[in-house]
Ligand binder design. Structure first.
Ligand code: PA5
Length: 446
């Protein structure tokens, strides 16, 4: 097995190697602070050595629950939002066949509780009508409105369709060990439950049952995923020399670029399956670093698709951006471009080549064009798209995020800003307990 590999050569025309190496002391001290648990947000460091703490028995239990849902459901609905949804969706999409989502003997994975779109929920309820379905309801707080609302609708429908007793076995709750409405409900209804550890925040929770259970239900190899994360836990450990530690170098380089006016980081992929991996990454970094009036803005593009839209902005817009490219070295499938006698499309110059050769030349050509256009590029080479390397990527990004947040001198493990909309929404909806806020917001909107 190989490891994912970070290269920063295409940043060195923008920030010097000396500047990046100049971060070594700060990076080491940030990593040491994480290890010692003495920094900001130190009650949320459970992710740091999570991979190496996962036991085979725990994974067996996850697999057993997953098998029950796989055997008894045509559809499994994963209800959750933010950190209680994106990790599972990211891994499942990255590793699943793009078109085999509707096949016998495998439940279709669908998602709810991540929006309040009435059409979405109504259409989901219609889709589930008459189908054998199960629900994995995920909420650490157990009180998140989007998730609770979707779960109320889904639970009602499941009980009507399958009967209360069967429904109880088809619902799994993943939540806090003691607190919150979901814990109370699960205890009362006798659902199978999994605990989200107190010291693991939502966006760092993909390697807890939050991510592992849905990923196992989708038929993916959670053991390999965890093995990949365990490997990166070693590679990115405090004893690894600075320039050999990809999490350290990534954290240093993005902060060096940020201090040099590059305020926006765009995560780039050349495989459409990675779209939701980028959504997970956006949450991880955006929620961890965007605070105290600071932080790189996280954006993502799917290339070559978005070269035909955002490509213009990236090539010639304001020069405040840099890119981090996830490059998959070897595709899992082989597809050779056929020759055509008439050659009316003029594509015979590609005949006999694999589709991936064209993709790789698009990648190389884009990278050169963007560097020429003033956009530094980092590249993360991934040997192939499988559970082991996705596990590596997950831990690499998490570790780098913790270090990077400390370099920025913010608390990377809280998210006070997400409460503002909730307070207003509850006031507007006249939620009990929000009377004063309701009065204030009504006066403001008069
Ligand atoms: O990262 C986070 O903490 C958030 O994205 C939460 O995961 C999200 O708000 C969902 O919260 P909960 O799991 O409490 O329903």
């Amino acid at each position: 097995m190989q490891d994912i590999k970070l290269s920063i050569e295409n940043c060195l025309g923008f920030v010097s190697e000396e500047t990046i190496k100049g971060f070594e002391a700060q990076v080491k001290s940030s990593a040491a602070t994480l290890e010692a648990g003495t920094g900001l947000g130190n009650d949320f460091l459970g992710w740091l050595h999570l991979p190496s703490s996962i036991t085979p028995e725990f994974l067996d239990d996850i697999q057993e629950t997953a098998n029950y849902l796989r055997e008894n459901c045509e559809v499994v609905v994963v209800a959750g939002i933010g950190g209680s949804y994106l990790g599972a969706k990211a891994v499942i999409d990255s590793l699943s066949n793009s078109f085999e989502w509707l096949q016998p003997n495998k439940p279709v994975m669908v998602y709810a509780g991540n929006n309040i779109g009435e059409d979405y929920l109504a259409e989901l309820c219609e889709f589930l009508k008459g189908k054998k379905f199960g629900i994995i309801n995920i909420s650490k707080s157990g009180t998140t409105t989007e998730t609770a609302l979707a779960f109320r609708l889904l639970k009602t429908q499941l009980e009507e369709q399958a009967g209360k007793e069967a429904a109880q076995k088809l619902i799994v709750a993943v939540t806090d060990k003691a607190k919150g409405a979901l814990r109370t409900l699960a205890t009362q209804e006798g659902y199978k439950t999994y605990v989200i550890p107190d010291n693991v925040g939502g966006r760092f929770s993909v390697l807890t049952p939050v991510g592992l259970l849905p990923i196992a239900v989708a038929g993916l190899d959670v053991r390999q995923l965890v093995a990949g994360a365990q490997r990166m836990e070693q590679v990115c450990g405090v004893d690894t020399p600075f320039m050999e530690n990809p999490a350290a170098v990534y954290a240093a380089t993005r902060n060096a670029l940020y201090q040099n006016g590059k305020k926006i980081e765009i995560l780039v992929n050349y495989q459409p399956k990675l779209h939701f991996f980028a959504e997970w990454w956006k949450q991880l970094y955006g929620e961890s670093e965007g605070k105290d009036g600071k932080g790189i803005f996280n954006a993502a593009v799917d290339f070559t698709t978005d070269l035909h839209s955002m490509g213009q902005w990236i090539q010639e817009g304001e020069r405040t951006i840099f890119e981090t490219v996830i490059s998959i070295n070897t595709p899992n499938k082989t597809l050779v471009i056929p020759s055509d006698e008439a050659n009316l499309d003029g594509l015979n110059f590609l005949a006999g080549k694999r589709v991936d050769e064209v993709n790789k030349m698009a990648e190389l050509g884009t990278m050169l064009a963007h560097v020429d256009g003033g956009v530094p590029n980092m590249k993360i080479e991934v040997p192939e798209l499988n559970a082991y390397y996705i596990g590596q990527l997950i831990y690499f990004f998490e570790k780098a995020c913790g270090i990077s947040g400390y370099l920025l001198e913010v608390n990377p493990f809280n998210q006070p800003g997400v409460e503002a909309y909730k307070k207003n929404m509850f006031a507007l909806l006249e939620k009990p307990g929000y009377e004063k806020e309701t009065e204030a917001i009504k006066a403001r909107l008069k």
